[in-house]
Design a binder for this molecule. Structure first.
Ligand SMILES: [Zn+2]
Length: 297
């Protein structure tokens, strides 16, 4: 993986976008299905659907990358970009909104994405304030539960999942192409980032994984929020990991262990070699799970 991409992975930070150098980032395009592509640069993976009706885009990374993303899309089709769907409000997924909206795209997202982008936010994990987005970057079509686009001969089913990575997450399913963009409800390069200051919930991340499994089959391809193109078996493993970690932490709580003792028992050890060096450290994740399970009592 590109070093900058790794640094910026899962980082919902317009502040990062300003101080970091995006000049070295290149956009890599991978075909996922007929007329469907995954674009990787720095930030969340982008989904692009091209066809006679025009271009439908899922997420748009950081603002400085918008010209490169546009060029990558222009290499696929001469049709205009009509819609941008934001899977959630973090800066590494919505940064390009203003540029694409200025070019004529309609920005669409769950209503909580617009709410959070409209006002100053504080992301606990970074101890960082995020200023309100400019008006031109805001989603102008919002929804509460789900929304279907009849587009390029497919049905694009956008479904809001209950509080998971944030409180405004959407998963996007291309019914005919059998491809799902998961947003940050599923990632392959790190433990889940439960942004509690944005209304996220670990239990919700598990529920979202259940939903991804319930609406897919063995041939479904998954574009994760961050990481590599995946199959249903990968989502199954993710779900099993999340559940096992929850069970282990729960067992520690039942045995009256403190958070520090549970952390010392390494409930994430099976996955630490692969995911533990990512942006969410094992002890961070355990603290989130512990906090949720003890708060629920
Ligand atoms: Zn995110």
């Amino acid at each position: 993986m590109h070093r900058l991409a790794l640094l910026l992975s899962l980082a919902p930070a317009p502040a990062l976008a300003q101080k970091d150098d995006f000049s070295k980032v290149t956009i890599k395009t991978t075909q996922v299905a007929d007329g469907l592509y995954m674009l990787e640069g720095a930030g969340g993976n982008i989904g692009v659907a091209v066809g006679d009706d025009g271009v439908f885009v899922i997420d748009d990374q950081f603002a400085p990358l918008a010209p490169k993303v546009k060029a990558a899309i222009a290499a696929l089709t001469k049709k205009p970009i009509k819609f941008i769907l934001n899977t959630h409000w973090h800066g590494d997924h919505v940064g390009g909104n203003e540029a694409f909206a200025a070019g004529g795209a309609v920005i669409v997202a769950h209503e909580n994405v617009r709410k959070r982008m409209s006002t100053e936010q504080f992301i606990e994990r970074f101890g960082k304030k995020v200023p309100p987005s400019p008006r031109g970057a805001l989603p102008i079509v919002t929804f509460t539960r789900d929304l279907t686009f009849h587009w390029n001969g497919d049905e694009i089913q956008v479904t809001h999942v209950a509080a998971a990575h944030t409180d405004g997450d959407s998963i996007v399913r291309f019914k005919k192409a059998n491809v799902v963009h998961t947003g940050d409800c599923f990632v392959t390069i790190a433990y889940p980032f439960v942004d509690r200051s944005s209304g996220g919930s670990y239990q919700g991340v598990i529920a979202a994984a259940d939903q991804l499994l319930a609406t897919s089959d063995a041939r479904t391809r998954f574009i994760p929020g961050h990481g590599v193109l995946s199959a249903r078996a990968d989502v199954e493993k993710w779900k099993a990991m999340l559940s096992t970690i929850r069970e282990r932490v729960q067992r520690g709580i039942a045995a009256k262990k403190t958070l520090a003792e549970i952390q010392a028992s390494q409930p994430t050890k099976d996955w630490d070699p692969r995911l533990g060096k990512g942006f969410i450290k094992p002890n961070d994740l355990i603290a989130v799970v512990y906090g949720e399970l003890t708060a629920a009592k």
